[in-house]
Structure formats: structure tokens, C-alpha cells
Design a protein around this ligand. Structure first.
Ligand SMILES: C[S@@+](CC[C@H](N)C(=O)[O-])C[C@H]1O[C@@H](n2cnc3c(N)ncnc32)[C@H](O)[C@@H]1O
Length: 350
């Protein structure tokens, strides 16, 4: 693959002619023959956003789900997730019930969770800037992916999560002791458990968008932080990734990533969304809850709590990642961010 303009495209393939051996630029000959790595075996992209366009009233009446025919309900399927639904209440599903089911399948970074390992955590660790002796709280620590990384830099680490997720973290500490204290605790009750100003740093990795009462929890994290303490969180990008944004390929069978078009769905609709987390590794259906929020909702909540913004990162994919992980890293990740990582510092009251 050569990163140079070719016709209207940003890259081309350089293919030796089998007759004369001369190197020629090609859009993608393998794609044309159906033998491109993306088209065969499990390397094939599964981008199947389906838009339902009813052609008659009968179509609308026979439709079972989604049945509110217009607006974004016409999007029947988002990427690999064949089901998604905005909810008005949490009667049937709660963060706890969904995470209980997902917990056994949740990956550890050691199991090569590509997004966490290569795209999110490098920035999270850089922003945390761990110093020897730092007291760090990992909120919604899951299996301890972040917590387990920190003692290596000399930090004194506590991780909290709700059951069953925390059981897996405790189990991993029993298997390999790193001196991390794991506690079963709802993040809404941090200050009751730890008291005010007990930590130098608080981290919440890829969890705030899964958390129901994020306002209380940001306030709780503020309370347990010392003055000048650092709070770092990462989330799915509220504007450019699932569920407010999805993609389609035009033409549909193109495997070239610049033919992937992104469109934004209900960015402002701040409601819980139920979606199937299942896919390649996690069995389907495995429902998860996600809470759609705008970027301003998150940042204003920091401001309301005297947490001063120090840095925001929208990590961009590198050429090396695309080469190493063709299935996970796409060129269109160079055009839009999938994650948002934020560092803030607790302001000193004068
Ligand atoms: C996507 S996982 C992230 C886990 C972990 N931080 C990681 O990086 O692997 C989201 C986590 O949020 C936790 N969670 C959801 N609501 C919570 C709450 N109210 N208090 C504590 N943890 C919560 C879930 O149990 C789950 O472990």
C-alpha cells in the first residue's frame, strides 16, 4: 500500500505486472478478484448498517422492530450490532444486570483488547503521569486492566466496581499479587467509604458512558480527590462513535476505507440505549446499556465540580497500527476519533 494520491484516492496498491515485472499502481486488484484479505475468512469487514425505507403503509404496520418508522428508528442495524434501542426507563435492564452477564466475557488487556491497549491506555497513562507513592483510585475498574498496570510505577492502588465484575479483579489479584486493594462498591458511594481528599489521582477508564448517574459519580470522584489531584477519564467519543454515529460504505461493497461514510444519529438524545455487545469474542446476544451524553454534559459536570480541564485527547490511528491490525484499525480512524480522553485537576479553594 502506497500512501500517495492516485486518481481521487489517498492511497494505492503497487502491484508487479506478471508479464513484465514492472510495478504499477492499482486501486486494488485483489479486491476486484474477491481475494483481498478484507474479503476472505475472518478479515472481512462486517459493516452492515441497514436503513429501512418503507415503500408503503403496509410495510410500516408489519414492522415489528423498530416500529416508530421515521427518524433514526429507520436505522435497523448499526455496524456489527444487530440490535439497538433507546429506552425511556431502566425497568428491565440495569447496569448491574447487564454487566453481570457481560462480566465473564470482558477481556483483559493481556488478552489483547486492541482498542484499550493501543488506542486508549497510552494516553490515559501519560495523563495520569504516575509518581512513586501516588495513591490512585480506579473507579469502575472492571477486571483491573488499568489498576494492574499502576503498581509497576510505584503507585498505591485501590480499585472499585460492582459485583460480579469486581470478583474477577479480586481473583486476578489472588493469582498474581500486586498489592492492589479491590473493593465491591457502587461509585455513587465513594466518599462514604474513603472519606474526603484520600487520593492523589482518580482514573475511570471506558466506564462513564456505562454509568447511570454520572453527575453523582463525578461529584464523588471530586470529593475523594486531594487538592491539585488529577482526574483522568476515557469514554467512547460522544459524537463520532457508536451509538450517536455509525457508518456505511458507498458503494456498499467497497472495502476501501475512504469509501466509508460516517453519519451522526441522535447526538442530543440523552437516553439509555440497549445494544448487543456480542460480536467476535463475546457471544451474541449479550446486552449492554450505554448512556448517550453530549460532550458538553461531561465537560460542564467537570466545571460544576471545580475540576479544571488540563488536556483532551482524541487519539488518531497510526499507519503502523493499520498495518499490524488491519481488521481493527482503519484509515477512516484517521479522519475521526473513536475515543475521548480527558484530564482535569481539582482546583484549590482560596
Ligand atoms: C466497560 S467496563 C470498563 C471496565 C474497566 N475500567 C476497564 O477499563 O476494563 C464498565 C464498568 O463500569 C462498571 N460500573 C457500571 N456502573 C457502576 C457503578 N455504579 N459503580 C461502579 N462500577 C460501575 C461495570 O461493572 C463495568 O465493570
Amino acid at each position: 500500500m502506497v500512501r500517495e494520491k492516485f486518481l481521487v484516492y489517498d492511497y494505492y496498491y503497487s502491484i508487479p505486472c506478471h508479464e513484465c515485472g514492472k510495478i504499477n499502481p492499482a486501486l486494488d486488484f485483489a479486491e476486484y478478484t474477491g481475494s483481498h484479505p478484507f474479503q476472505i475468512d475472518n478479515l472481512r469487514h462486517e459493516e452492515d448498517t441497514v436503513v429501512w425505507i418503507p415503500t408503503s403503509r403496509d410495510d410500516i404496520e408489519s414492522q415489528e422492530f423498530p416500529h416508530e418508522a421515521w427518524g433514526s428508528e429507520r436505522i435497523l442495524s448499526l455496524g456489527k450490532r444487530p440490535f439497538y434501542k433507546r429506552l425511556d426507563s431502566l425497568d428491565e435492564y440495569t447496569p448491574k444486570s447487564t454487566w453481570d452477564t457481560l462480566a465473564p466475557h470482558w477481556l483483559t488487556v493481556e488478552e489483547e483488547n486492541y482498542h484499550h491497549k493501543y488506542r486508549i491506555l497510552p494516553d490515559v497513562y501519560r495523563m495520569l503521569d504516575v509518581q512513586k507513592g501516588d495513591k490512585i483510585l480506579d473507579v469502575a475498574c472492571g477486571k483491573g486492566n488499568v489498576a494492574r498496570h499502576l503498581p509497576g510505577s510505584g503507585a498505591i492502588v485501590t480499585g472499585i466496581d460492582i459485583p460480579k465484575m469486581i470478583d474477577y479483579a479480586i481473583e486476578s489479584e489472588e493469582k498474581e499479587k500486586l498489592g492492589i486493594r479491590y473493593l465491591e462498591l457502587n461509585a455513587e458511594k465513594l466518599s462514604e467509604k474513603f472519606g474526603e481528599a484520600s487520593f492523589d489521582k482518580v482514573v475511570c477508564n471506558m466506564a462513564l458512558m456505562d454509568i447511570e448517574d454520572f453527575r453523582t459519580i463525578i461529584n464523588q470522584m471530586f470529593l475523594v480527590l486531594k487538592e491539585h489531584g488529577v482526574f483522568v477519564f476515557s469514554i467512547l467519543h460522544p459524537a463520532f462513535s457508536f451509538p450517536s454515529c455509525t457508518s456505511r460504505r458507498i458503494p456498499e461493497d467497497s472495502q476501501r476505507n475512504e469509501d466509508r461514510i460516517r453519519f451522526v444519529l441522535d447526538y442530543f438524545d440523552e437516553r439509555p440505549i440497549l445494544f448487543d455487545f456480542g460480536g467476535d469474542v463475546i457471544p451474541s446476544p449479550s446486552f449492554a446499556l450505554h448512556f448517550q451524553r453530549t460532550i458538553s454534559s461531561y465537560l460542564n459536570e467537570l466545571a460544576n465540580n471545580n475540576l479544571v480541564l488540563r488536556e483532551m485527547s482524541e487519539p488518531r490511528v497510526s499507519e503502523e497500527l493499520v498495518r499490524r491490525f488491519p481488521r481493527n484499525a482503519y484509515w477512516d480512524d484517521e479522519r475521526r476519533p473513536e475515543f475521548l480522553i480527558v484530564k482535569s485537576v481539582k482546583k484549590v479553594e482560596i
